[in-house]
Design a protein around this ligand. Structure first.
Ligand SMILES: Cc1cc2nc3c(=O)[nH]c(=O)nc-3n(C[C@H](O)[C@H](O)[C@H](O)COP(=O)(O)O)c2cc1C
Length: 349
């Protein structure tokens, strides 16, 4: 049994948020340790050199406190946030639920975070030099939500390797409406305008929901290409409820983990199909093994992220996935993951 196999029953006796705080504190104390990474999984994208395609998804390290520890687990990149301009406490507790039998979580945290100013210190710390994406959002009570994203881009661009615009959290009422054509068009034109005025603009990505129809995905793809968006992250958590066994199944909030895999991978493949591969995609949702990461890449992902599986499988998961991906790549006879991206799209349409 792994060390995490012994520790997990104890962690799972704690309320999920408390267990998460302990995990973050342990990661924050972990010194950065260079891991040997073989060259075969390297990805060059947006002018960045990713040592491998596996990143930690937004929400795990909301306030950029544990980046070095996360890199030491083997992640090729870390996405921090969601950060809003002002600090906010999020929704009342309980607001995070383990669906143990389903290897899933439901959360309705509601963008609890320390705000831009407090996060800047962590983001500027130069102890860790890996690829750090910064995920930005809007305050719940903001009178100008688009203005909040503009502030996020202006304030955090210089400390980020890329910026992810999160318009898909289900836990801030009305936020997902920004994905609709008219609102999205307004948001993207404001962001492109802001970006043009920045001295050193970073890649700009949009993070979207899995609960979108094919037509809505096509609109998002078209507007993203027209406004110079560099990539899409698909997906955030789902409001849908595939059949679940756990007693927490009907809690309100976004579902993540194993039951999200199929839906989010289907939407990923649809996006790849509709963009003809012209827009790099980050595949997220239910990745819990080398096989599921490989399937995301085949369904169109240039990069992959995960969150929930880390809670169920523990920190050794990252190294296991990397090893399994390298084995699969060698078996495929191809030289790089780029050649695998999108090769299995037809299976998902
Ligand atoms: C507890 C929790 C908090 C999250 N917070 C955020 C967030 O602040 N911003 C965001 O873009 N996504 C957030 N997510 C969504 C994840 O980044 C990811 O898109 C989703 O969980 C699907 O991946 P997974 O199945 O590997 O967990 C959160 C997910 C969880 C479980």
């Amino acid at each position: 049994m792994t060390a995490y196999g012994l520790l997990r029953p104890l962690l799972f006796m704690l309320p999920p948020e408390r267990a998460h705080q302990l995990a973050l504190a342990a990661l924050a104390r972990r010194p950065r340790r260079e891991r040997h990474q073989s060259d075969e999984l390297k990805i060059e994208l947006w002018g960045l050199s990713f040592p491998n395609p596996i990143g930690v998804a937004a929400g795990f390290d909301k306030n950029a406190e544990a980046k070095a520890g996360l890199f030491s687990l083997g992640f090729g990149f870390v996405e921090v946030g969601t950060l809003t301009p002002l600090p906010q406490p999020g929704n009342s507790r309980p607001r995070l639920f383990r669906l143990h039998e389903d290897e899933a979580l439901i959360n309705r945290l509601g963008f609890n975070n320390s705000g831009h100013a407090a996060a800047l210190a962590g983001l500027r710390s130069s102890a860790d030099s890996g690829i750090v994406g910064v995920n930005i959002g809007a305050n719940k009570d903001s009178a100008d939500r688009i203005g909040d994203y503009v502030k996020g881009l202006e304030t955090l661009n210089s400390t980020a390797s890329y910026i992810a615009v999160n318009i898909s959290s289900p836990n801030t009422p009305g936020l997902r409406a920004l994905q609709a054509r008219k609102e999205l068009s307004l948001l993207l034109s404001r962001l492109s305008q802001t970006r043009r005025a920045l001295p050193d603009p970073k890649p700009l990505l949009l993070k979207i929901a899995p609960d979108l129809s094919k037509d809505e995905l096509a609109d998002i793809a078209e507007l993203s290409l027209a406004n110079g968006i560099d990539g899409l992250i698909i997906s955030n958590t789902t409001l849908s409820r595939p059949s679940l066994k756990s007693s927490h199944a009907s809690e309100q909030g976004g579902l993540s983990g194993r039951p999200l895999f199929e839906l989010s991978t289907r939407k990923l493949a649809q996006l790849y199909h509709v963009t003809g591969g012209r827009l790099p995609l980050i595949g997220v949702g239910g990745v819990s093994s080398a096989e599921t990461a490989w399937q995301k890449i085949r369904a169109g992902a240039s990069l992959v992220q995960l969150y929930t599986a880390l809670i169920y499988e523990g920190p050794s998961l990252v190294a296991d996935i990397l090893e399994g991906l390298a084995q699969r790549l060698r078996r495929s006879g191809k030289n790089s993951l780029r050649e695998i991206t999108g090769s299995g799209v037809a299976d998902w349409l």
